[in-house]
Write a protein that binds this ligand. Structure first.
Ligand SMILES: *Cc1c(COP(=O)(O)O)cnc(C)c1O
Length: 432
């Protein structure tokens, strides 16, 4: 088999996500045969540094020997079991461990199988909590430029026009308040004024405030100051508005600490996790919440207050085993500590982009770095040009609009960082 052959067979039957399929008339798909560490390999011997962790899911490299071995062991025991009325060891262990490392008071875990579903669970649960207590609060508040997934509920609380606008007629109504416009504390204070206003205007009608703490990843890697969340959290607490922290992209060390909520020093009422949860191996997500929320659903069956939400693959044992292996690695290998050096190194290397006249800004928060370009209209499709240049030079970059970003697996070495940055630099330079 060669690349050509797969491309032809793929395009005959497959519709890819986040893609105008017509692009593939001129842009060849890349069939991947295998992966190892930060590298992906195609059928013709080309390799690619996975600088975006395959859509931000991979933490410890492809085909990680330790995670592989744990999944193989579990496979011989139990691949899956219904999760209503039954339970299993991997999920019990995982829940205990998640509770231990999560921000305080998040004592209960509700599992699903992807990020968008976790967001659906969190918003339904928040609404239902208030309803069970006799209050109807029909609104959800979120930030401008936010992204929470692409199922209808998740789209409705999001605000990236590219994904949302087409469906506006069929989405639930939500409220958006401005995200701080940059990382300064002044912008955070500015945004808090608007936050207070909207909360006051809709007093008693907002179930929850949902946000991506510190970095709006799909929102073009927009970053803001933790002060905003700290103060917004106080306002929400006072007003009886739940906090839903969507840590699907930033959780598990991406921003430097285990969770971005730790940096902001907040403990939300709900925290949604997915992506890095299984180290990029298998689909799994979890919504963690408080005993207080849990107890509002706990009653005799006929009182009809139970949270009746389910997905067929909820709590899949293989996925939970991958997640346990990921937590083993965090514990045994002192990952957050070691990442600090990598974060510094990435910071150093990022500075070179300032020399390019088409660079507007560089940004970094932990293991997420971004280079925003200027002077290009969206029609120029700069992201596609950079993607093409980079793959030709053995790096997988997939810019968001005019923002080239790096979110590599944590196992990346300094020399691989050098190569990733050099190719990105040249790609940006090639546009001049
Ligand atoms: C990716 C993402 C989601 C959606 O997760 P899926 O598994 O792709 O459905 C939700 N929120 C954030 C912040 C994300 O980055």
């Amino acid at each position: 088999m060669n690349n050509e052959d797969f491309i032809r067979r793929d395009l005959k039957h497959i519709w890819h996500p986040c893609t105008q399929m017509k692009d593939h008339e001129s842009l060849p798909l890349i069939p991947i045969k295998r992966g190892k560490g930060v590298y992906l390999y195609d059928y013709e011997g080309n390799s690619y540094i996975d600088a975006i962790s395959s859509w931000w899911v991979n933490l410890f490299g492809h085909s990680n020997a330790y995670i592989n071995s744990k999944i193989k062991e579990q496979l011989e025991e139990l691949e899956h079991v219904i999760f209503a009325g039954f339970t299993h060891e991997p999920i019990v262990k995982l829940s205990e461990r998640l509770v231990k490392i999560a921000p305080k008071n998040l004592n209960k875990c509700f599992f699903a199988d992807n990020g968008s579903s976790a967001v659906e669970v969190a918003i339904k649960m928040s609404f239902h909590y208030h309803k069970n207590r006799g209050e109807i609060k029909p609104y959800f508040l979120s930030l401008t430029n936010s992204y929470h997934g692409e199922t209808l509920g998740a789209l409705a609380v999001g605000d990236v026009g590219l994904y949302k606008d087409t469906y506006k007629e069929i989405l639930i109504k939500t409220l958006q308040t401005p995200v701080p416009k940059d990382e300064s504390i002044e912008s955070a204070k500015e945004a808090l004024k608007d936050f207070e206003k909207i909360v006051e205007r809709y007093r008693g009608e907002i179930s929850a405030f949902i946000f991506e703490p510190l970095v709006q990843c799909a929102g073009y890697m927009h970053m803001y100051h933790p002060y905003f969340l700290k103060e917004a959290a106080k306002i929400c607490k006072k007003e009886g508005i739940h906090l839903i922290a969507d840590e699907i992209a930033v959780g598990f060390g991406r921003t430097g600490e285990m969770f971005a909520c730790d940096t902001a020093e907040i403990s939300p009422d709900f925290m949604a996790l997915s992506k890095g949860l299984t180290g990029g191996y298998l689909p799994l997500s979890v919504v963690m919440t408080t005993d207080e929320v849990y107890s509002a659903f706990y009653c005799d069956y006929l009182e009809m207050k139970a949270f009746l939400h389910s997905h067929s693959y909820t709590g899949n044992p293989l996925a939970c085993t991958a997640a346990n292996a990921v937590l083993d690695i965090f514990e045994k290998e002192n990952v957050l500590e070691k990442n600090r050096e990598k974060i510094d190194y990435i910071h150093q290397k990022l500075q070179q982009f300032k020399d390019l006249p088409n660079v507007k800004e560089i940004r970094q928060r932990g293991m997420i770095a971004a280079v925003e370009l200027k002077g290009y209209d969206f029609k120029e499709r700069v992201n596609l040009k950079i993607f093409k240049y980079a793959t030709k030079n053995e790096v997988l970059l997939r810019p968001l609009g005019n923002v080239v970003y790096f979110m590599p697996p944590y196992v990346i070495t300094n020399s691989e960082i050098d190569k990733m940055m050099k190719v990105a630099y040249k790609a940006c330079e090639s546009l001049l």
